[in-house]
Ligand binder design. Structure first.
Ligand code: FBP
Length: 696
């Protein structure tokens, strides 16, 4: 500090500069709040009407038809904007309405704009209409906890990330009691419509609530939300109705920006491998988009791994006239080998650093893990169905749970009809590290989903990678490449002849500029032996310091830094794409409500095209539903959309794998997506995945 006396604290705190920088509101926030997203032409008119179309076909699940009879015959509805309306439409469109909105599941950037869109349209149609937000997710409907929205509240959150205004929760409305309570709340509030902003499970909830409240005349509309990007809707003929849920673009761009910064750091510091787990509970859409945005050295895509076929195993079995089922799908061990290969190849050309992107849900696509998840789901569900006490309460400690599994294995030995958990399962399970066992036995969420965000996926994988790299090191196959010029300079400086030592130390001395230590030289001892055998050294002499230095330089040390990109990107303020998309989704919701729709999901078609071609529609939810195993039971749910390995986006990433691994003497190929900027021209218009998948 200078010799000046510091300003007394009370005065400092009143200083204009201090007051300015400690305000909660800054210029960025004000700019966001004031932004008015453009509106699709069909939604910019005073009125709109729905045009049901048979252009799109869906194969209806029998169980869906049985459980959702009132909404199963819904069709896709196109929205047509109208400047004027006849008396009947004008009356219904402009009637006073009560609308309730709930957020369900994880936050996704853009949610506040869905609310703003609904609020603006409802108030424009009739200023006396009332819009309520249900607090902290579906519990707010069950317990009738609401907040009535007004201009100030809505304006404060325009174009702002998170679901802060009314919060969110993960409760599933899955019992007759809960459905009845929701119905009661809607009656008490005299609701005309309920809007459920959520993922696959929440839109499933929307369908059941639409069915439950059809008789009461309460309309229920879903909105496709999730950063995971796994709500994508196509009809039976692959026509795209909803290309992407909202929030995906922002989360992917936020993750990509941070990961690209790591690419810069790692290629500067050249000593770390950064292992970046990115969210996406099941599907690898976010990882795929991050790969396209950053060109990280390696990106795992779960769906691709599930598709893996071990050709060598297959051919061997074919020769023996048998079939080897283990050839299909990758094992954890094999995957760790694939990662090691990339690391070893980069080390060989002097790059002992890099960035690996691991999707959070990757383990779900690994055969052996998937089998464990299904078996343990069933075991926990069966336990809970037959006992008064919940599995996790009955067996609080890992050891208790393992003991229970041991007893099941014992039962399978005594009773051959019991096959759920056998001795082999038990042995294999006991082979995996305790923290991962604990992860696999963790409590499922209320939808029965496995909580992958809480499992250290990357640790499971990287522990295996580290083990195998050590083996490769001992075998002399994991070596760090040394520039020939550097080697020559070092030896010359020490007064040694590099040409005499070179062919002895390196396996490729004559061929290339990047030298690779001979694989048989794996220690100082073996180095000395080679020199003695070649008569470059006597037994009694020490290895020359410069030669020893070259050996030490060629031994890579594998140092990692682990990162998790999830909650941070999920809380980011939305990209312009998500701002515009969600505001128009909100307007679409109102148009569906004003035209009497229920059991529909609001969507915008042609997201991959120029904004002028965006088309608001209503998608029927019931025909999209199918039976899936949840908590050990077949349940009717909306199908998740996972990465299609035939898609252009995946094929482009696959074709660039070798280039982005950059295991050659050229530089890396990292791409800088830059931060999410609300203004300016640099921000991409939409996810790259969408752009690529739209190429016909
Ligand atoms: P939603 O599907 O509900 O939108 O949530 C997505 C997600 O962010 C996943 O990527 C992640 O696995 C999960 O939520 C994390 O859940 P939680 O917020 O309960 O930790």
């Amino acid at each position: 500090m200078s010799g000046k006396e510091p300003i007394p604290l009370p005065e400092l705190l009143k200083h204009p500069k201090v007051l300015k920088v400690t305000e909660d509101v800054n210029a960025e926030l004000l700019e966001r709040r004031q932004y008015s997203p453009p509106v699709c032409s069909a939604l910019s008119q005073k009125f709109s009407r729905l045009q049901p179309t048979d252009e799109f076909k869906f194969t209806v699940d029998k169980e869906a038809a049985k459980q959702l009879p009132d909404i199963i015959n819904n069709r896709v509805q196109k929205i047509q904007g109208l400047k004027t309306a006849d008396a009947a439409l004008s009356k219904t469109y402009q009637q006073k309405r009560h609308i309730g909105i709930v957020f369900s599941g994880g936050p996704a950037p853009g949610g506040h704009n869905v609310i703003a869109g609904i609020y603006d349209a409802a108030k424009k149609a009739n200023p006396k209409s009332r819009v309520y937000g249900f607090l902290i997710g579906p519990d707010g409907i069950i317990e009738n906890e609401t907040l009535e929205l007004n201009d100030d509240l809505v304006d404060a959150y325009r174009n702002i990330g998170g679901f802060t205004m009314i919060k969110t929760g993960r409760t599933k409305i899955d019992t007759p009691d809960k459905l009845a309570l929701c119905r009661e709340t809607c009656k008490k509030l005299d609701l005309d419509a309920l809007v459920i902003v959520g993922g696959d499970d929440s839109n499933t909830n929307a369908a059941f609530l639409a069915q439950e409240m059809a008789a009461d005349g309460v309309q229920v509309i879903g909105v496709p939300k999730t950063i995971d990007g796994d709500i994508q809707v196509r009809d039976d003929n692959s026509n795209v109705l909803c290309a992407m849920s909202f929030g995906f673009h922002t989360a992917a761009r936020a993750f990509a920006n941070s990961i690209s910064n790591l690419c810069t750091d790692s290629s500067s510091d050249v000593k770390y491998w950064h292992i970046c787990k990115v969210m996406g509970r099941v599907a690898s859409h976010l990882a795929l988009e991050v790969a396209l945005q950053t060109h990280a050295n390696m990106t795992l895509i779960g769906e691709d791994l599930a598709d893996y076929v071990d050709q060598r195993r297959l051919e061997k079995a074919q020769k023996e006239g048998t079939l080897d089922y283990h050839a299909y799908g990758i094992t954890l061990r094999h995957l760790s080998r694939v990662i090691c290969e990339g690391i070893v190849r980069r080390a060989a050309i002097g790059k002992n650093y890099g960035v690996i992107v691991v999707p959070e849900g990757v383990l779900e696509f690994i055969n052996e893990i998937q089998v464990f998840i299904i078996k343990l789901n069933t075991i926990i569900a069966e336990h809970n169905q037959t006992r008064d006490i919940d599995f996790h309460a009955a067996f609080p400690l890992l050891e208790d749970k393992l003991e229970y599994l041991r007893r099941l294995a014992q039962r399978s030995r005594e009773d051959t009809s019991f096959t759920l958990w056998n001795t082999r399962d038990d042995d294999l399970f006991n082979d995996i590290p305790a923290f991962f066992q604990e992860g696999l036995l963790m409590e499922r969420d209320s939808h029965g989903n496995f909580p992958f965000s809480q499992v250290e996926t990357e640790k499971v994988l990287m522990d295996l990678v580290k083990d195998y790299l050590n083996i490769l090191k001992e075998q002399g196959r994991y070596r760090f490449g040394i520039y020939k010029s550097y080697y020559r300079k070092t030896l010359k400086r020490a007064g040694l002849d590099p040409e005499a030592y070179g062919p002895l130390l390196f396996e490729n001395y004559e061929q290339t500029d990047m030298l690779l230590r001979k694989s048989e030289i794996i220690s100082l001892k073996t180095l000395k032996q080679s020199l003695v055998e070649a008569k470059m050294l006597k037994d009694s002499q020490d290895v020359p310091a410069a030669v020893e230095k070259m050996f030490q330089k060629s031994v890579p040390s594998f140092k990692t830094q682990n990162h998790f990109y999830g909650y941070d990107g999920r809380g980011n303020d939305p990209t312009r794409f998500d701002c515009v998309y969600t505001y128009n989704l909100g307007l679409t919701v109102f148009s569906l409500i004003a035209n009497g729709a229920t059991g529909q999901m609001a969507a915008i078609r042609n997201l991959e095209q120029d904004f002028t071609r965006w088309e608001p529609i209503g998608i029927p939810i019931a025909p999209l539903m199918h039976l899936e195993e949840r908590k050990g039971r077949l349940t009717l749910v909306l199908e998740k959309s996972i990465v299609d390995v035939r898609s252009a986006a995946f094929q482009v990433v696959k074709a660039n794998r070798e280039k982005w691994l950059a295991a050659d003497s050229a530089g890396d190929h990292f791409r800088k997506p830059g931060p999410i900027r609300f203004t300016g021209k640099s921000e991409e218009e939409r996810p790259i995945t969408l752009e690529l998948n739209a190429i016909c």
